[in-house]
Design a protein around this ligand. Structure first.
Ligand code: SR1
Ligand code: MG
Length: 436
């Protein structure tokens, strides 16, 4: 397995896991970064704050400002050294950040420095932003979110697709990210395979979900559905996707949204990103009952979540279609094949059909993203923060009931309104754990 980062033209350092003192010396040797921090290096405060599954994250503060430094570890942090992981993911994350910054500079952190051999990126410190998932657990609504995330997805997906690019540009893009296959393999295993079979690392809220987990392992209809989604993930290089666009990869205030952590980026199906956002909002909605202090005290927040789920799809779809109409200069759908009034009308019909297919993919992937967080290895704080395990299991069982239908009967979810209606209906369903 290749544990080395891609060769770098700058070549500032050999890989070593940075500790505080080492990082201080390293940053002191970078004049623009040192100037941004201000003061003397000995006075900088450095703390490791990473709570994700894979990397180290340091916050460094000086007299003038702060920065965030992310360093990839040569293994999966959540599991340990027994699960090696290539450092090259930092290279792909940097490439994706550059793509995002070019298209949506206000929606991503500014990159201050990147060192490939050290698998390290220094970025703007996002303050007072918090991880969106934590805000949602706290019942905070984010009025900018729909506008920002729909812009992020429409821009980054459309402009890396065949609708915008020449065939040559698109294939070069695919090649640039083709080496990120170890990160894809994590997704292929943890999302599309393990939750549906006996796998050592699976876990769920036992004993309440034991019967449901067993049923998911036996359900061949579900195995066909998840395998179709897996194939779509593996074999549909539609656009450069973020690849891990859950609410833990988004930092927010009530006035700003910043998308972070695109280390899983590769050319894949667009619905995987959109489904990640929608699936994670569904989980926030169905976990919300577990965070109530008194019955109904989060009703307004939950109504906002449902409106947000609807807004994410409708605004994404509107913006993506608008881009296609004005910037659809790629090699797919050649303009010369759709001339005149009849051609324009036919192309518009085709655009609507394309969006309908993309919506179906989105529904399926949203379901897959939810199931993996309840029955697989890496769980979501939305549910994990519910201390009463039976109450947590009730919220998780409701989620599984909804998304199992979304995965098995995807065509019946014709609009996003059908999804939110089904979510609202399952919100107060009481599972019978003896007869789930
Ligand atoms: C072993 S990595 C587990 C998960 O963490 C990342 O955030 C991705 O979602 C991955 O699937
Ligand atoms: Mg991440």
């Amino acid at each position: 397995m290749n544990l080395q980062a891609q060769p770098s033209s700058s070549g500032q350092g050999q890989y070593r896991i940075l500790r505080e003192a080492d990082l201080r010396d390293y940053l002191a040797g970078l004049p623009p970064v040192a100037a941004q921090l201000g003061g003397v290096p000995a006075g900088w405060s450095i703390s490791e704050v990473g709570d994700g599954n894979l990397n180290l994250v340091f916050i460094v503060k000086g007299t003038s400002g702060g920065i965030a430094v992310k360093q990839a570890l040569p293994y999966v942090r959540l599991v340990g050294e027994s699960w090696p992981l290539p450092l090259s993911r930092a290279h792909y994350e940097h490439l994706a950040l550059v793509h995002h910054a070019r298209l949506t500079p206000k929606l991503v952190p500014a990159i201050l420095h990147h060192d490939n051999p050290l698998a390290l990126t220094a970025m703007e410190l996002l303050e007072p932003h918090i991880i969106m998932r934590k805000g949602l657990i706290g019942g905070i609504a984010y009025p900018r979110f729909v506008e920002d995330i729909s812009t992020f997805m429409a821009q980054t997906l459309f402009f890396s697709s065949d609708l915008a690019l020449s065939a040559a540009e698109k294939k070069e893009g695919i090649a640039d990210f083709a080496g990120n296959h170890a990160l894809c393999k994590i997704t292929e295993d943890l999302i599309f395979t393990d939750p549906y079979r006996v796998a050592e690392q699976n876990r769920w809220t036992a004993p309440w979900l034991d019967t449901i987990a067993a049923a998911f392992r036996e359900d061949l209809d579900l195995h066909v559905a998840i395998s179709r989604l897996k194939l779509k993930f593996m074999a549909s290089p539609e656009a450069l996707i973020h690849g891990d666009l859950h609410t833990g990869s988004i930092m927010v205030t009530v006035t700003e949204t910043k998308v972070i952590d695109p280390e899983f980026a590769f050319y894949g199906p667009m619905g995987f990103d959109i489904g990640a956002v929608i699936g994670n909002l569904i989980m926030a909605y169905l976990a919300s009952a577990g965070h109530e202090r008194s019955p109904g005290d989060r009703a307004a927040f939950e109504a906002w979540l449902l409106e947000t789920i609807e807004g994410v799809w409708t605004e994404f779809s509107r913006k993506f279609l608008a881009l296609w109409r004005s910037e659809g200069k790629g090699d797919a759908y050649p303009v010369s094949l759709f001339t005149g009034e009849a051609g324009a009308a036919r192309l518009e019909t085709e655009r609507q059909a394309y969006m309908a297919r993309l919506f179906q993919d989105t529904v399926g992937f949203a379901a897959a993203k939810t199931i993996r967080r309840i029955l697989g290895l890496a769980h979501n704080l939305d549910f994990e923060a519910i201390a009463d395990e039976k109450q947590r299991a009730i919220c998780e069982a409701r989620s599984l009931r909804l998304v199992r239908t979304m995965m098995l009967d995807t065509p019946s979810f014709t609009t996003i309104g059908v999804v939110t209606r089904a979510a609202r209906e399952v919100r107060d369903w009481q599972p019978d754990f003896a007869n789930p």
